[in-house]
Design a protein around this ligand. Structure first.
Ligand code: PMP
Length: 406
């Protein structure tokens, strides 16, 4: 028997309603061109180019050898929870083991949370530009994402007035991401505290804070968790974090959530039927990562910082692009509206950010992701988690292709 390509049954509307992500489309187009022999520099993907540190790999090997290869407790091993408790204690934040859930990536933490809390039609405020998965996770769980625009000149930080205007009786969560993918924007203590009155006026409103890029901040910016900046909201706050970005462990699939016991319990119920606990081996690896030396993280942070400066300077030297300097993560998000309406050497008018990104791919052989994918048309995202030589070559190519527009 052979398996058919066509499926005769029904695909549920909650899945049909979702588009294939623009990031996936761009990556596939770039990969196809590469296979065809073209010289493509792909700056589309959001993962560190470093390898997982050796001490983490060795801990995973030790876990395999000692038989830590079975199901674990649904919300994570006691050892992992102890490492997460200790990690937060070092930041002056008190967390109990039953306030923690370990999941198959930070993504599953978010999925569990939305699945556990949203009734059909419930709203989640998502500042733009947002990580693409937020709106699809919310939608798949029956919720409605409500976008609130942030601007480059404000560092892509949402102000309380804009947030207030988006709150309705159906709003369940504000979903914050600091430092942000794709903008690199990040909230300092004052900017977080400024949102508190909105929460005080609306007791039904919760705060989900995705802090997965917390270790990657630059200049004199110092990261602060909402758990520390907004202790008044502890009863309605969920923090999402993990080791994917901090320890270059995207493939290990290990994230965690920290929140009120009854919320974590509800998320555990969802996870128990979806996947059960994350991989026992990845959990052992994450213990080593969280308890391990920090020098390697610091040298990698310095490295990202240098690359950020090269990319921001390179983009701002190109007439028609305006690139704010991000506080964190490993993305830049230049404004390209000044280039829209211009003509390519072939005579095509570039109407949108997507047209511009198509042009950069076909003419310059550089793959970047249009801002439209992140709810912020008129921009594009470059991930600078790539070798400096590739970044410099990409900047030269983008400069030449941009100069050829009329
Ligand atoms: N949050 C943000 C903002 C991200 O950029 C990503 C990864 N692209 C994730 C969460 C997912 O992390 P994980 O790989 O741990 O699921």
């Amino acid at each position: 028997m052979t398996i058919s390509n066509g499926y005769a049954g029904q695909i549920a509307s909650r899945v049909r309603a979702l588009d294939v992500s623009l990031i996936v489309k761009i990556s596939e187009m770039a990969a196809a061109r590469k296979r065809a022999g073209e010289d493509i520099i792909s700056l589309g993907t959001g993962e560190p180019d470093f390898d997982t540190p050796d001490f983490v790999k060795h801990a995973a090997q030790a876990a395999i050898d000692s038989g830590e290869t079975k199901y674990t407790a649904n919300t994570g091993t006691p050892a992992l929870k102890a490492a997460i408790v200790a990690r937060y204690r070092r930041q002056g934040i008190a967390v109990e083991p039953n306030q923690i859930i370990a999941s198959t990536g930070a993504k599953q933490v978010l999925f569990n949370a939305m699945m556990a809390t949203l009734e059909p039609g419930d709203e989640v405020i998502v500042p733009t530009p947002y990580w693409t998965s937020y709106v699809d996770i919310i939608a798949i769980c029956g919720g409605v994402p409500v976008e609130v625009r942030t601007r480059g000149e404000d560092g892509f930080v949402m102000n309380p007035e804009a947030m207030e205007a988006a709150v309705t009786s159906r709003t369940r969560w504000l979903l914050l991401n600091s430092p942000s993918n794709p903008s690199g924007g990040a909230y300092n203590r004052e900017q977080l505290r400024a949102l508190l009155p909105v929460f005080e006026r609306h007791p039904h409103l919760g705060l989900t804070s995705d802090e997965i890029y917390e270790h990657l901040v630059y200049d004199d910016f110092s990261f602060i968790s909402v758990l520390k900046a907004l202790p008044e909201l502890a009863e309605r706050t969920l923090v999402v974090n993990g080791v994917s970005k901090s320890h270059a462990m995207t493939g290990w699939r290990l994230g965690f959530g920290v929140g009120p016991v009854s919320l974590i319990a509800a998320m555990s119920t969802v996870q128990g039927q979806a996947t059960s606990a994350p991989s026992s081996i990845s959990q052992a690896a994450a213990v080593a990562a969280l308890d391990g030396p920090t020098e390697i993280l610091e040298s990698r942070r310095q490295n990202f910082w240098r690359r950020r400066d090269i990319v921001v300077a390179g983009l701002n030297a190109i007439s028609g692009l305006d690139c704010p300097t991000p506080r964190g993560a490993f993305y830049v998000f230049p404004d390209c509206t000044a280039l829209l309406g211009r003509r390519t050497p072939e005579g095509t008018v570039l109407e949108t950010d997507t047209d511009l990104c198509d042009y950069y791919l076909s003419e310059a052989g550089v793959a970047v992701v249009p801002g439209t994918a992140f709810g912020a048309p008129g921009h594009f995202r470059i991930s600078y988690a790539y070798a400096q030589t590739a970044l410099e070559a990409a900047l030269d190519r983008i400069a030449a292709a941009t100069a050829a527009l009329t």
